[in-house]
Design a protein around this ligand. Structure first.
Ligand SMILES: Cc1ncc(COP(=O)(O)O)c(C=O)c1O
Length: 394
């Protein structure tokens, strides 16, 4: 790729060659859809899909039937399926101020349908007050049915204490739904150890798969009602969706080539080791953060948070975020993301909701040289902006 890609939190646009080859091989040599026939190509497609479910179960520290992984086109669909499939009018949802619109907007739709929604407060350091969370879970009239939280914030890069939050939620009888869009592939995840009942993930970020992949894990004992219905390739006579997973939540044709690529991405990560990858990305993040913080005119908004994901978000009074991102790309080949990152409440915590910010995010292929070059590019643009505004002042 030409340029320096530092937008991995949006999509891992730089992919391991194994992923590209797996998609090409599927399209070239397999081509059929899993679960839609008994011929050899459909069976091979089914084997790939099953391997991908099993690899994801292993990656998430989940035991048992790989059918507990249902595929969706992305984390947004998976989160909608979980929230709409779990909550009924009269129930209460507790969510956090760090939520992406993939949770915030479904929560607003649910609120319009008679589900009470409580937002647990956040802080600029990415933390959460567990006593406040307790009060939010207890509620005035009835305890929460679901606690939904992001494992890692896509704006601050910080990770929430999932295990402690899940413990509190379970004390109140709530189901814990974790949005792992930013953490899957970047942070070790153990659903059983962390007390996660439902986990939504996306394929195109840390898991290094193609766009159009993502899914949902839910543990046995948690019932998610289907919110979409349609063909499942078998058991076709009944009007109701089958009880068996994953068919229950997976109507329609699956994204076979995408799932083949996702399997290759997960295997690539398993070979590298998620823990090792986290340490590497965390070191790059801290290096970038330190270099950016040393630049006159830069306000680093995201906390250092070595235990979080590889995100550094900045702002500057000298140049609007979209202009800075544009100049970084067009003058220095550095690709970042400006704006509110679909999580305006997190920007409110950082007091930059009026303007937004510029987010740098590292990934599996990022090097120290790239991080240093990105910081040097910011320094050069801000110096130029300072000179320009000094000249304008006369
Ligand atoms: C925290 C978080 N949740 C959910 C999403 C949505 O993911 P997807 O693009 O797979 O729907 C994102 C993507 O930016 C995210 O950062």
């Amino acid at each position: 790729m030409d340029g320096i890609y530092l937008d991995y939190a949006a999509t891992s646009a730089v992919r391991p060659p194994e992923v590209v080859e797996a998609v090409a091989r599927y399209l070239r040599d397999v081509g059929a859809t899993p679960g839609r026939a008994g011929h050899r190509l459909a069976l091979e497609a089914g084997r790939i899909t099953l391997r991908c479910r099993a690899a994801l179960m292993e990656l998430f520290g989940a035991e048992g039937d790989p059918g507990r992984i249902a595929f969706f086109p992305n984390a947004t669909y998976a989160l909608n399926a979980a929230l709409f499939g779990l909550l009924r009018p009269g129930d209460r949802l507790v969510r956090t101020a760090y939520d992406h619109n993939a949770v915030r907007r479904p929560a607003a739709l649910l609120a319009a349908r008679g589900i009470a929604v409580t937002v647990a407060g956040g802080r600029a350091d990415g933390g959460i007050d567990l006593d406040e969370l307790d009060a939010a879970l207890a509620g005035d009239a009835r305890p929460a049915r679901v606690l939904c939280l992001p494992h890692a914030s896509n704006v601050l890069g910080t990770a929430l204490p999932v295990r402690e939050m899940a413990e509190r939620a379970h004390e109140h009888g709530a189901i814990v739904v974790v949005d792992a869009a930013q953490s899957a592939g970047h942070l070790p995840i153990g659903v059983a150890a962390m007390g996660v009942d439902v986990l939504a993930f996306t394929g195109h970020k840390g898991l290094l798969g193609p766009q159009g992949t993502g899914g949902l894990y839910h543990r046995p004992g948690v019932e998610i009602d289907p919110v979409s219905a349609g063909g499942t390739g078998g058991d076709s006579m009944p009007l109701a969706m089958p009880d068996a997973m994953p068919d229950r939540l997976e109507p329609g044709t699956l994204n076979g080539p995408g799932i083949a690529g996702l399997l290759a991405g997960v295997r690539f990560l398993q070979e590298r080791g998620v823990e090792a990858e986290h340490r590497r990305e965390s070191a790059l993040k801290l290096r970038l953060r330190e270099r950016l913080a040393a630049i006159d005119g830069v306000r680093v908004l995201s906390p250092a948070a070595p235990e979080g994901v590889g995100i550094v978000t900045i702002a500057s009074d000298r140049i609007p975020p979209d202009r800075l991102a544009w100049r970084l790309d067009h003058e220095h080949g550095v690709m970042t993301r400006a704006g509110l990152h679909c999580a305006p409440e997190a920007h409110q915590l950082l007091r930059c909701a009026e303007t937004g910010a510029v987010r740098f995010s590292v990934g599996w292929a990022t090097t120290t040289g790239e991080v240093d070059a990105a910081a040097a590019a910011v320094a050069s643009i801000l110096e130029d902006a300072r000179e320009t505004s000094a000249a304008a002042r006369g």
